[in-house]
Design a protein around this ligand. Structure first.
Ligand code: 6PG
Length: 248
């Protein structure tokens, strides 16, 4: 698997460098195609990046009218719930930048899981450019990774891993005793570029297993992230990269 890990000293420099790259990709997409469609990851790792996007000088150069924010997954909770990825992104970014509300394509976690998934799948089909069948193309797709190797809400042992017809599905995660909505591999694979943002020593064993294609990697959903006509770049801090054989 062709990987190009980008390794930074710590979580702050990771957020700073990844944010600069995010803006560069946004400016390029807008220049080339008139819009930037990006899928945001959830959890805690990307929050600092979103804050930097909101506060940084670079973001002022961005025409937010041409930016479309999507989500890689969502917890099935209302948008003002502390567990909501939308809630985290709203506080870190949306409340601080002049993006039109119709450019923010959230997953409606307040609906039933199935209704939230089917509504988001419909939004994705209607709203993403360069669609092939049900799968449009993100200019940039951000993903995180759990210590169990899940990405988005593609958790080990769940039916969502096998989905090839729909761009988003509802999934019950036994270990979390909760419902999620997640994008699926066929949509992920269409992305122009995937930014896999991983920080912290707890993730180091899975990072090394996947990047070095060790046998146990087949158990990790993140190992199946493979763009068909795009780039996958792992963005790591030194702690997350610490078990790589060639870690500098
Ligand atoms: C979510 C995310 C999920 C996340 C990983 C890592 O909704 O939780 O989309 O895939 O990226 O769980 O989470 P942390 O960044 O909090 O470690």
């Amino acid at each position: 698997m062709d990987h190009r890990p980008h390794i930074t000293e710590d979580a702050e420099s990771l957020a700073q460098e990844a944010a600069r790259h995010w803006i560069r990709r946004a400016l390029e997409a807008i220049q080339a195609r008139g819009a930037f469609h990006v899928s945001l990851s959830g959890g805690s790792t990307p929050k600092r990046l979103y804050q930097i996007l909101a506060e940084g000088e670079l973001a002022k150069s961005l025409d937010w009218n041409r930016v479309h924010l999507w989500f890689g997954d969502e917890r099935c909770v209302p948008p003002d719930h502390d567990d909501s990825n939308y809630h985290m992104v709203h506080d870190a970014l949306l409340a601080k930048v002049p993006i039109p509300s119709h450019n923010v394509h959230r997953i409606h976690g307040e609906l039933t899981p199935e209704d939230a998934a089917s509504r988001y799948a419909r939004d994705l089909v209607r709203g993403l450019p360069e669609r092939q069948g049900a799968f449009g193309r993100f200019d940039l797709l951000m993903l995180g990774m759990g210590a169990d190797g899940h990405t988005a809400s593609l958790f080990p042992g769940t039916p969502a891993l096998e989905e090839r017809e729909r761009p988003a599905v509802a999934v019950y995660v036994e270990k979390l005793e909760s419902w999620r909505v997640t994008i699926t591999y066929p949509l992920i694979e269409r992305a122009r570029e995937i930014m896999l943002l991983v920080a912290g020593a707890a993730k180091a064993p899975v990072v090394a297993a996947v990047l070095e294609e060790r046998p146990e990697a087949q158990d990790y959903p993140v190992a199946r992230v493979r763009p068909t006509d795009g780039e996958l770049i792992w963005w790591l801090d030194r702690a997350a990269a610490s078990q790589l054989d060639a870690a500098p």
